[in-house]
Ligand binder design. Structure first.
Ligand code: C5P
Length: 222
């Protein structure tokens, strides 16, 4: 393999995608937000009233789901069967259900395979929960991100209210705790720090400092 793979994992709302995007831009790598894929599947399940507990229904639904990333000057768009769902997947209804959906074995199998394909033969930075442990266990650089839960909740709350979402800080705190719990305790590739991952606690760091932190480690490994 001669491409370089950067895996960024960690808890909900740690700013993984923000750092990943900045690195991708700096190094001219492809950026993939794997959480957006789980969110798109969740949106499809909700819209089509798919019973998550019915394996056959889940399998059939997965066959009908096609996800694309379209690089755009402003932000990468995510398409669900051709429709731009970049904003729809960030709504609370999706956040409330996404961890249940992403704990389903068939869902993980389908998305992990797609993610591995996206990273084949390309320099890539992918963020998620199991990128360094399951998707790319041989990633060249693994970062595990964490931050104070209240700092994370405040960041996410500010982001959602800016977008006009009607949520309270308590709801956001509750959602993050709920997702972290399900994500860390599920049977299928739970959220875990890979043994060879470098920890980045960004509770008190600016975005620029986080970018420099990752670049420093990249320069050591490249
Ligand atoms: O990254 P984001 O918070 O948007 O991800 C949404 C949810 O998708 C997570 O809470 C987790 O349940 C799931 N996820 C996952 N594995 C990944 C990425 C996200 O299970 N690699």
């Amino acid at each position: 393999r001669d491409n370089f793979i950067i895996a960024i994992d960690g808890f909900s709302s740690c700013g993984k995608s923000t750092v990943a995007k900045a690195i991708a831009k700096e190094l001219n790598f492809v950026f993939v937000d794997s959480g957006a894929m789980y969110r798109a599947v969740t949106l499809y399940f909700l819209r089509n009233n798919i019973d998550f507990t019915n394996e056959q229904a889940v399998k059939k639904a997965l066959d009908n789901i096609h996800i694309d990333f379209i690089p755009n000057t402003e932000k990468t768009l995510i398409l669900l069967n051709g429709e731009d769902v970049s904003d729809a997947i960030r709504q609370m209804e999706v956040s409330d259900k996404v961890s249940e959906v992403s704990a389903i074995k068939e869902v993980r199998k389908a998305l992990v395979a797609q993610q591995q394909q996206l990273g084949a033969r390309r320099n890539i930075v992918m963020d998620g929960r199991d990128i360094g442990t399951t998707v790319f266990p041989d990633a060249d650089l693994k970062i595990f991100m964490t931050a104070d839960p209240l700092v994370r909740a405040n960041r996410r709350f500010a982001e959602l209210t800016l977008k006009g979402e009607d949520v309270t800080l308590e709801e956001v705190i509750e959602n993050l705790a709920h997702r972290d719990h399900i994500d860390s305790t599920r049977a299928e590739s739970p959220l875990r720090q890979a043994a060879d991952a470098i920890v980045l606690d960004n509770s008190h760091m600016t975005q620029e400092q986080q970018l420099q932190f990752v670049l420093e480690h990249y320069n050591k490994k490249k």
